[in-house]
Ligand binder design. Sequence first.
Ligand code: SF4
Length: 951
Amino acid sequence: MKLTRKSVTAQPAKAAGLGINRRQFMKQVGITSGGIAAASMLGTGMMRRAEAKDIPHDAPIEIKRTVCSSCAVGCGLYAEVQNGVWTGQEPAFDHPFNSGGHCAKGAALREHGHGEKRLKYPMKLVDGKWKKLSWKQAINEVGDKMLDVRKESGPDSMYFMGSAKFSNEGCYMYRKMAAMWGTNNVDHSARICHSSTVAGVANTWGYGAQTNSFNDIQNANAIFIIGANPAEAHPVAMRHLLIAKEKNNAKLITVDPRFTRTTAHADLHCALRPGTDIPFIYGMLWHIFENGWEDKTFIKERVFEMDTIREEVKKFPPKEVELVTGCKEEEVYQAAKIMAENRPGTVIWAMGGTQHTIGSSNTRAYCILQLALGNMGVSGGGTNIFRGHDNVQGATDIGLLFDTLPGYYGLKTGAWKHWSHVWDLDFDWVKSRFDPNEYLGRVPMNTPGIPCSRWHDGVLEASDELAQKNPVRMAFFWGQSVNTSTRQNHVREALDKLETVVVVDPYPTMAGVMHNRKNGVYLLPASTQFETEGSVSNSGRSQQWREKVIEPLFESKTDIEIMYRLSQKLGFADEFTKRIAKDSNDMLVIEDITRELNRGMWTIGMSGQSPERLKMHTQNWGTFSNKTLKAEGGPAKGDTYGLPWPCWGTPEQKHPGTEILYDTSKNVLDGGGNFRARFGIEYQGESLLADGSFSKGAEIEDGYPEFSADMLKQLGWWDELTAEEKAEAEGKNWKTDLSGGIQRIAMKHGCVPNGNGKARCIVWTFPDIAPVHREPLYTPRRDLVSKYPTYDDMRVHRLPTLYKTLQEKDNTVKYPLGMTSGRLVEYEGGGEESRSNPWLAELQQEMFVEINPADAADRAIGNGDTVWLEGAEGGRIKIKAVVTPRIPKGLTWMPYHFAGVMHGESLEPNYPEGTVPHVLGESVNTALTYGYDPIAQIQETKASLCQITKA
Ligand code: SF4
């Protein structure tokens, strides 16, 4: 689809639930077929250059190479720019990921260059009215309020909500800004989508990311999808699955309570009850072990403690699995048989698996299935974990998280010393920025902050229950929609209680409008990623350099500029930007930020992707294979597209990137690897190192620990370092040696810098050493609670966290229906941006609930009726009913992208003029309830209870 010279007028949606047909909708949003004259409706004086320009049709077209900013597939596109205006776009037919494919969201990207619904200038709420500010006023006022909070309550009373929409450089600077402010109260939406993946997967084999590429799925002989719906959530990834089906006759299994659009392509569909993933996987393993289908050599050489899993699996014979999951014995047997007979097979999951109180155990169970089958480290196998937002992988890698510094270094003093060294700062200065006192036995600098999923608890919780000096008093909501948090009633209460709310975003978002406030809210217009440049990491760990398409629209500023101006106001700009050059406009040089993060990210090998290498890949899309991602010729010859990490060593060492993690069939210098020796050398007397397995060409033909300066000396390899490398590497290890020398020498001898360990099936630092099934807090199966109880209530980092207290109460009489949620192809995340896009809004105009015909009939509800849905904690939403058998009896399903209506009331009057999205609707999260994974603090959005009545 080519979008050229189409435009829209600024007509706000009138109310929730438009209830109109396509033609009426088109009329309402004023889709017209010529010119960009509608830009003139935006008001004069607001725009930098988006006033109606009369562009001659023969004006020269400049082509910019950019990347879709919606999902983490990372599709490329050519943006056409004339006289500085984004006039057209084409999907990139030569792009290695999408080969000319786009979904609706990708096809509608040009709207970013028009932005009729965007914030146009800084504003603040004064006595209930939005008042225009200059940037100078805005930075001054916001900065003064921050300094007041710091003085009165300490640095932890600020909250820095960040974004998976930032570039890698934006993520890095935001995490650094929070560090230099002196708090770990910084996080972003990975917390609520895949934090349990990172925790579970990294604790199994070393790294918490997708192991293979989207393209590699083409090589699978079986595809097992649990809790994901790529046909809607990652449409271009679905293309690679369909190629595998066509080319290899790959068998597709979907495990999902709902009959999704992905399931429509499946050979086998297992409709499990939400939250019973572990019994299902153990049920498959029961057949695998019973029939001897496991890969015994792989397990012996590369897996630690499969025997514990064998014992756990014995508790789940076929009848028990059917009782707990609702899936028939034969279905589970068939799923196991298909995976056993069609190797290599891949396992794919997304938020259906992760967003549970036992999310970290679910993700470990999926990994264990692949370890048992020997499907890891091979093309066509692996765990392909589909991320959501375009840069949620990069934001996670760069530690825009409450529990780590960039590169998963954690928060211990050694990690702070490493990053202080990278920043060229005195560690004691960095330390001095933090509150030095202890709260409930925890020191703030070394204690994870408040998670994004529970920022509101950080505001509302009693001071003496919080492991920090005071509750949160002021918060940034920077590129993050608060309607993605469950318990929206508490979110609203917290927004009301905060002293100052600062939204930094291209759109007002819910933090700006869902409160009951009259004062104390700032809206600062950030530009989109098309108005700046920088790198972005897709779900397969490839990094892509986005070219700037247009200058920032209206009075918006780039994220990085806003951060820099704030640091100047707050008095730490010199430290914040010490190693980063400024251009003649006093703007930070983006490439220097990339170089600085390269300088520190040794743990995951995000060290070799210099801006020059990434830009060269972007300029040569067509030279990379869309099957192997390798450049067979041209300037990038031998590289894997986007240099997926680990791209070991320095950029000068020219590591090609790693398409498939843990692949021992290749030399480390060609992207080979093995499981990371992350968990030590032995556990209770048993070796944790690989047993006779090693990557091709390794001179140590067995397991070995992580490399360090001492290890190089013991091996007699130390003198192969240069004098400069020796000076930097002395006393360091592969993670902290900034010269890259330790990594270089390890690889020279064919060894992987992160050591060669076994993957582990047990995690002795987790509450459940092996994955254990625990019923959801709001379970419809009260008969199973005593056998599969949840955890005892516990403190997780700074916050008390409830489990048993909630599960003990039987809610099923008042709330007899199960409730789960998911994604639509038309929208993304909280939906504020995509519902403001007329091309997308046209396609999906109303919030709805899917209800089975039997449940609807019991309630006299017809298709299209308006209903009230009430969640088990009393949150009520007024929405449309879609009566359909694709959702099983007893369960309901809702999409999560809607907002702008709460408890049946439209929030439209709260928006600044001209910014109301085309489509408003109730948030599913108003009805969704409490529940958090104890490791990752991901929220439970997939298994709760509700009741539905006709409105
Ligand atoms: Fe591609 Fe995802 Fe963008 Fe769709 S939303 S075009 S699948 S990157």
